[in-house]
Write a protein that binds this ligand. Structure first.
Ligand code: NAP
Ligand code: MG
Length: 482
């Protein structure tokens, strides 16, 4: 890395929004149609990069949820569970192909509604979402090969509740395996990012799925609770915070509902002295500043071996100076807008806590737009294991750095968290990687890379990061009685 290179001023290169088609106001998607709520109100979905209202969305009522569950039940009983598996696969392929065809429109809407850089929605979110539909379409007629001699059977109606950090991708993670296994769906997107789920409803219409197989109801947490608590739901799939995960687990205990929970994280990214340092620095940047740190598996705790600490921090700070914070629709932007004012408040609260706890604070100078929600990449060094910024999920571009000397020390420190979703290890030695991965309590461990996903590989956590797996064969099992 040439540390003397100054960064250039790049000309703005914003993606066009002219091709995007959005309604002014959206109802729910129930039984194959967009319908207005009987008693519900509307709320605005705004662009977190400029505070402009993009569309009005429905705050659903319990009656709307009931209508959606009834539609899903009828579709399950009458068509979807009885349909030849091959034909179900065909519908799921159609969704995948339509998403691919409309990828540009979906990427732009995802970025406008959620604040993530267009580079990410274009290169990660939308292609991976299509990829999940392709992958699970292929399994639809091969379930008896996936689970030989186990007579796999669908569960019924799945109630699915998802967060705002990967809106379309989380919808795909939930809907694709549910459909492939013969279940029908009622899904609630997060209140700040419902638009791509509603656009997905359009795709589902375009793909001519039988009415009621997928239903999408929008609104706040109470709507999620109404889905979870509905007596006619057979399976609950939730991705979100550990707090809400605990509420859900309590709510369904004593019922026959099946459940998977994908919750929070506080991942350790571990750099050994024998790692390729420049590559590791890129991995750190990708791990925590990627998507504004709005990533459950973000590498938010960095452990650096003492002997290379100064070099890593010097290079990291240098690289942080070159990160571009600003218009998410600009393809040169590295760090987009924080998803909501509330989330920005939480992040700023933790930055204050970090300073008060006595850690060393660093933010590169960067100019941000006057409107919208912004947080520069933030680094805390000299962090103690007991500091709250090293223990609690911040869900923003804030990295807490600690050092270590030995392998056993870093394993102990890395595992010392209530979470266990993901981790990263950077070293030149394969044996060290195997040693580390076998002792660390995390669902996914990346070696010499970070934040890599594939529809075929399962994802999920240990401890307070939840249970159950999404993706791969494991993701099918979560929607089947075997
Ligand atoms: P959240 O507050 O738990 O919300 C998640 C979803 O649940 C939203 O749709 C939310 O609606 C809804 N909800 C809120 N209260 C509910 C209740 N009592 N019953 C049922 N549903 C309820 O989480 P978030 O702040 O949106 O997302 C960030 C969290 O998600 C982080 O902790 C992150 O680590 C986690 N996450 C985990 C994974 C994973 O795979 N493990 C992936 C992504 C994110 P509203 O939008 O209206 O609040
Ligand atoms: Mg929004």
């Amino acid at each position: 890395m040439n540390e003397s290179t100054a960064t250039w001023e790049l000309e703005p290169a914003p993606e066009s929004t002219a091709h995007v088609q959005l309604e002014k106001s959206y109802g729910n998607f129930i039984n194959g149609k967009f319908v207005e709520s009987a008693g519900g109100s509307k709320f605005s979905s705004t662009n977190p990069a400029n505070d402009k209202v993009i569309a009005e969305i429905t705050e659903s009522t319990e009656a709307d949820v009931d209508k959606a569950v009834k539609a899903a039940r009828a579709a399950y009983d009458k068509t979807w569970s009885k349909m030849e598996a091959k034909k179900r696969g065909k519908y799921i392929y159609r969704i995948a192909r339509l998403l691919q065809e409309r990828a540009r429109e979906f990427s732009v809407i995802e970025t406008m509604d959620g604040g993530k850089p267009i580079r990410e929605s274009r290169d990660v979110d939308i292609p991976l979402a299509a990829g999940h539909f392709f992958y699970y379409a292929g399994w639809a007629d091969k379930l008896s090969y996936a689970f030989p001699n186990r007579n796999p059977k669908s569960l019924g109606v799945a109630g699915q509740v998802i967060p705002w950090n990967f809106p379309l991708l989380m919808a795909a993670w939930k809907i694709a395996p549910a459909l492939a296994t013969g279940n029908t769906v009622v899904l609630k997107p997060a209140e700040t990012t419902s638009l791509t789920a509603l656009k997905l409803a359009e795709v589902i219409q375009q793909a001519e799925l039988p009415p009621g197989v997928v239903n999408i109801v929008t609104g706040h947490g109470e709507v999620g609770a109404a889905i979870v608590n509905h007596k006619n739901i057979d399976k609950v799939a939730f991705t979100g915070s550990t707090n809400v995960g605990k509420i859900i687990q309590k709510a369904i205990s004593g019922t026959k509902k099946r459940c998977t929970l994908e919750l929070g994280g506080k991942a350790a990214n571990i750099i050994f002295e024998d790692a390729t340092i420049d590559q590791a620095v890129e991995g750190i940047i990708n791990g925590i500043y990627f998507n504004q740190g709005h990533v459950c598996c973000a590498g938010s705790r960095l452990f650096v071996q003492e002997s290379v600490h100064d070099e890593v921090i010097r290079k990291l700070k240098h690289r942080m100076k070159s990160l571009i914070v600003g218009d998410p629709l600009d393809k040169n932007t590295d760090i987009g807008a924080i998803n909501s004012k509330e989330q920005l408040k939480t992040i700023n609260k933790y930055i204050e806590i970090g300073k008060q706890e006595g850690a060393d604070f660093y933010q590169p100078e960067c100019s941000v737009p006057s409107k919208g929600n912004w947080c520069p990449p933030t680094l805390f060094t000299n962090v103690a294991q007991s500091n709250r910024i090293a223990q609690e999920e911040i869900f923003g571009p804030v990295l807490a750095v600690q050092t270590f000397r030995t392998v056993s020390e870093v394993i102990k420190k890395a595992n010392n968290t209530p979470y266990g979703l993901s981790a990263g290890v950077w070293t030149d030695k394969g044996s060290k990687i195997f040693n580390m991965t076998s002792q660390m309590r995390a669902g996914v461990i990346w070696a010499n890379t970070y934040n890599k996903f594939d529809p075929a590989s399962p994802f999920g956590g240990y401890k307070e990061s939840g249970f159950g797996r999404e993706g791969g064969l494991h993701g099918l099992a979560a929607y089947l009685d075997v």
